[in-house]
Design a binder for this molecule. Structure first.
Ligand SMILES: C[S@@+](CC[C@H](N)C(=O)[O-])C[C@H]1O[C@@H](n2cnc3c(N)ncnc32)[C@H](O)[C@@H]1O
Length: 301
């Protein structure tokens, strides 16, 4: 079972793998290790907006997680959670985990380097703003820019009421670019970002990364680390790696939808159509490079 959102999130995995800021990630890993030393039971991690479970797989594969961890992956989209349930057993098995189904989730175990790893994963379809519980760490990847930032920080602070870490990588921060450049690019970028900030029905912000840094102290957090995490997609010869053309095509569709919301007096529909058609043609011919700017944030509650 897979819809266009799941295909997009699947195609985004390798782009995020490259983009994630390793300095911030390493500090997050150190924080989890320190938390594990303080606790008797498993470290409790909640991921909000977990999508298809890419971060569960990545953090397990990259040995970021302490040996005993409960991972609660929450997303409001039932299709993405179902996809995670289908794909995670195989992804984790590829990393050497023995995986078994467990109620609404999975139990993944492996022994490596003399350490017994035990990962209890629950997959939950729910509105992240309505969940209850306590966590040692909250992961919010590519999430703070698509939700109400104030509400998100307050929800996370509630989950981390015993102190703990917020790791918010891939938080969009106001840069969208294409190569080759085109005379309409600057205008289109401005209108696309303005649509995120002012026009679309859904919440979100084109400067969520910077805004989050500014809002963290009032929301009860101190910033521990921050770093750039840019999406950069370029063809390798006559193909894009790992279906990354699907990823760029999806984003072009999002930009097209945003631009279509403007009246003719702001942007001529013919200009929009020509620009999108040109970009899609360049993508088909493996001539297009795409760049988007994000911040990875790590904060302590
Ligand atoms: C841009 S996607 C990122 C998904 C995943 N974190 C990743 O990086 O691949 C944003 C995700 O947030 C989810 N989402 C949006 N609002 C939500 C909410 N209120 N509660 C839970 N999930 C939400 C969406 O369904 C979507 O899967």
């Amino acid at each position: 079972m897979s819809g266009s959102m799941q295909r997009y999130l699947e195609s985004k995995r390798s782009v995020d793998d490259r983009a994630l800021n390793r300095r911030v990630l390493s500090r997050f890993a150190d924080g989890l290790t320190a938390r594990a030393r303080e606790r008797d039971g498993p470290v409790r991690l909640v991921e909000v907006g977990a999508g298809v479970g890419a971060m569960v797989h990545r953090l397990a594969a990259w040995d970021v997680l302490p040996p005993r961890l409960s991972y609660r992956a929450v997303d409001v989209d039932e299709g993405s959670i179902a996809y995670a349930g289908e794909r995670l057993p195989e992804w984790l098995a590829d990393e050497g985990y023995a995986v078994e189904g467990r109620g609404d989730g999975l139990l993944a175990r492996k022994e490596s380097g003399g350490v017994d790893r035990r990962l209890e994963i629950s997959l939950e379809t729910a509105d992240a703003f309505a969940i209850e519980g306590t966590a040692d760490a909250v992961v919010a990847c590519a999430f703070l820019d698509v939700v109400d930032l104030e509400a998100a920080l307050s929800t996370v602070a509630g989950l981390l009421r015993d102190g703990g870490l917020l790791y918010a990588p891939i938080t969009f921060d106001g840069g969208t670019g294409f190569v080759p450049t085109h005379p309409l690019d600057d205008r289109i970028e401005r209108l696309y970002h303005r649509h995120m900030d002012e026009l679309r029905d859904e919440p979100g912000s084109s400067r969520a990364g910077s805004r989050a840094i500014a809002r963290l102290p009032d929301a009860g957090f101190s910033l521990l680390e921050v770093g750039g995490a840019d999406w950069i997609v370029h063809p390798h010869g006559n193909a894009y790696p790992d279906d990354e053309d699907v990823f760029v095509d999806h984003l072009l569709g999002t930009i097209d939808g945003a631009l279509a919301a403007y009246p003719q007096s702001v942007l001529e529909p013919a200009d929009r159509e020509r620009w999108i058609e040109l970009r899609r043609g360049q993508l088909d011919r493996c001539e297009l490079v795409f760049v988007a700017h994000h911040l990875d944030l790590l904060a302590r509650a």
